[in-house]
Write a protein that binds this ligand. Sequence first.
Ligand code: PEP
Ligand code: MN
Length: 311
Amino acid sequence: MSSRAWNPGSAGAGGGTHGRTARRSAPSAGGGPVVLAKQAPPFRMASRELHPENSVVRAGEVEIGSGRLVVMAGPCSVESRQQIRETARRVKAAGADMLRGGAYKPRTSPYDFQGLGRKALAWLAEAGRESGLPVVTEVLSPEDVDLVAGHADLLQVGARNMQNYALLRRLATAAKPVLLKRGPSATIQEWLLAAEYLLSGGNPDVVLCERGIRTFETATRNTLDLAGVALAKQLTHLPVIVDPSHATGKRALVAPASRAAAAVGADGLLIEVHPCPGRALSDGEQSLDPGEFAELMATLHRGERAMAAGE
Ligand code: PEP
Ligand code: MN
């Protein structure tokens, strides 16, 4: 990134090298005040400046960004046919809109469970069809895009891959929408520029996902950047959702973080739910069981009704 970074809300001075100058300043001939040029943001197609209305992205029959909170729920990893079918049934009954589940897992350690690949994709797609829920799953590499797109309604780019430009360029030509997670150390500008790779490459269907960033704090797995969500909503027309599971790393924080995300204007939530979190092969400590998920859904609905009533 340019060291003279673009700064949201600032006028002119210090514009990045990618930015357009929206209004040129004339040199002040008579020694009067110099009008600084307003610097347009470098993420042109993602910016609200050129596209003031919210974009709505469709995944299967579900509309993301239409003003209703969309909830995507399911296990970190698809572990068996029975596990994903049961999860799909339970999250659907609780009111989820979409089913999540990982078949290809980006794990920090190569010795950890890496996902079940193709067979997990097939089980996930089957569970989605059975429950009537569109599915979201991660694609790790450009070679897998066709395979994953054949099974999923929304293609997740994981946080570790946010700046994998070969993957982004390939996904720009995919016929499915993309869920772009924010990298753990990415600035909002870098996140929106990653989205720009997808948009400028030909895929207009991009949903952003804040999943916590790395800070000095170690009490939570990551630090949920809620102000960043509100700011992203101001800067871009793309839908922005929140993943409170990876953001907090703690089951007990998932519900309050979800309510906070809804309150700052997130368009949706991505929540890990496992039929038996204690036995999960990945991320059990941050996964809700189906009963806890149903309780959270009830409080979110109460909150939505209260907001609609202006309480
Ligand atoms: C996930 O969704 O399970 C995942 C690995 O997320 P992230 O890329 O945000 O770490
Ligand atoms: Mn996970």
